[in-house]
Design a binder for this molecule. Structure first.
Ligand SMILES: [Mg+2]
Length: 174
């Protein structure tokens, strides 16, 4: 029987939003490029402007590694606006867990997959896609708007429940 567990297992469970991904952690894992999911990894759903702390985070991290955004979102205008604010290249409509746009992003980063951190808030899209091409996968806590209803929360919780049944360990290393 095909084993899903290993493909869904993040290499690192951050136990924090992306703001907790420090240059030190990136260095410890010998990563030289990052591919970032957008929705709920960098910005809450429906927001088109990264918060000031996310911009500061990106500036700090970009001093040591290159960043590319890869989003499943179809709204090119919104994702471009976020990428422009952070001054990084981007791909939309990625269809993760498809590997296609991750490969294109890796080509921009010009690094082998194991030196690239694939960072996202979802197991069945971000982590699965990254693991499928041998990237170092990092699961972050979702960046949510505390004032908005969050339709994806149930899906994410279901994914976490199902992954645990498949043998995935999601205990944060801290
Ligand atoms: Mg996401």
């Amino acid at each position: 029987m095909f084993e899903w567990g290993p493909l869904l297992q993040p290499d690192l469970v951050l136990g924090d939003s992306i703001l907790g991904l420090t240059p030190d952690i990136i260095r410890q894992h010998q990563l030289s490029g990052l591919i970032l999911d957008v929705d709920e990894t960098l910005v809450p759903f429906r927001q088109s402007d990264p918060m000031a702390d996310v911009k500061q985070w990106a500036d700090r991290v970009k001093a040591s590694v290159a960043i590319v955004l890869v989003s499943n979102n179809l709204n090119q205008v919104r994702i471009r606006r976020i990428a422009t604010a952070l001054d990084v290249p981007y791909f939309t409509a990625a269809g993760k867990p498809s590997r296609r746009k991750l490969r294109q992003a890796a080509a921009i980063l010009d690094r082998p997959p194991h030196q690239i951190g694939m960072v996202g808030d979802r197991l069945f899209t971000d982590v699965l896609a990254g693991n499928r091409i041998g990237m170092f996968t990092i699961l972050v806590d979702p960046m949510v708007d505390p004032l908005a209803a969050n339709p994806k929360k149930c899906v994410r919780n279901f994914e976490i429940w199902l992954s645990a049944r498949l043998g995935v360990t999601l205990k944060a290393l801290s």
